[in-house]
Design a protein around this ligand. Structure first.
Ligand code: NAP
Length: 250
């Protein structure tokens, strides 16, 4: 069975739905109860098996509880996707961010992935088997303009991926990351307003820089997550898979 954090919206929802359509039982977690319940209901409506558990990934007690509930319901935890993430309400230069803004983004995007892994890994070690996929960003490789805390959080997530891959690879756990470029989700819509523009203007501006000429659909990210969560990627460990339409090299 699999657990997806931040699965109440966007990319996380697409991952949860795809996993369920492939026959996986899915523990949907999110801080947003409405979105999380909706995703779990969509899975059940399609004949799948899902459990929603409220979890703010920046809180250790929530992460511990989510793993406990998952194991109580399904007996084991095979796959963890650390997808939950937040962006910044305003784009600005590094020195202008407040301490609170910096702490919040780091505590969800970076600490949250570590905390959920911290409680999931002992369950995986119990069976010497497990897969973790972290949803980073190309911003963790090449800075997103005027979004330093976000870029730093994603760079940290990439290093968390590599550290855990090296530590747990010989104990049956593979850990990989995906670095998406722009994906059409509510986060991308919020990003437009962070840059003080409309979504239409924002997409027009960025589309010129994306060689594929469009934003990704969340399902296009989910399919790569599915590959990393399957035995088809059995020799991949500590990798960062860029799925960005080539924006990061253009
Ligand atoms: P999204 O549509 O905003 O979905 C994120 C989900 O995570 C929302 O349901 C959100 O709840 C939830 N969440 C926020 N804080 C949380 C917390 N502390 N604990 C648990 N859940 C929390 O965003 P998305 O675009 O799908 O992004 C998913 C991941 O992909 C993020 O890590 C993001 O950084 C990454 N990513 C996105 C893009 C992109 O262009 N969209 C590109 C590269 C990487 P609320 O709705 O209540 O906030």
């Amino acid at each position: 069975m699999s657990m997806v954090t931040g699965a109440g919206s966007g990319i996380g929802r697409a991952i949860a739905l795809l996993f369920a359509s492939e026959g996986s039982k899915v523990v949907v977690t999110d801080v947003n109860d409405k979105g999380g319940e909706e995703t779990a209901n969509m899975i059940r409506g399609n004949g799948g098996d899902a459990l929603f558990v409220h979890a703010d990934v920046s809180r250790a007690s929530d992460c511990e509880n989510a793993v406990r509930e998952a194991v109580k319901r399904y007996g084991q935890l095979d796959i963890l996707v650390n997808n939950a993430g937040i962006d910044l309400p305003r784009a600005k230069p590094s020195a202008d961010f407040s301490e609170d803004e910096f702490d919040k983004v780091i505590s969800v995007n970076l600490k949250g992935a570590w905390l959920m892994s911290k409680y999931a890994i002992p369950e995986m070690l119990r069976r010497s088997k497990g897969i973790i996929v972290n949803i980073a960003s190309v911003a963790g490789i090449r800075p997103l303009p005027l979004a330093m805390p976000y870029s730093v959080s994603k760079a940290g997530l990439i290093m968390l991926t590599k550290s855990m891959a090296v530590e747990y690879g010989n104990r049956g756990i593979r850990v990989n990351a995906i670095a998406p470029g722009w994906v059409s989700t509510p986060m991308a819509v919020r990003a437009a307003s962070a840059y003080g523009t409309t979504y239409e203007e924002f997409t027009k501006q960025f589309l010129q820089r994306i060689p594929l000429g469009r934003f990704a659909d969340p399902t296009e990210i989910a399919k790569v997550v599915l590959f990393l969560a399957s035995d088809d990627s059995s020799y991949m460990n500590g990798a960062v898979v860029v799925v960005d339409g080539a924006i990061s090299i253009a």
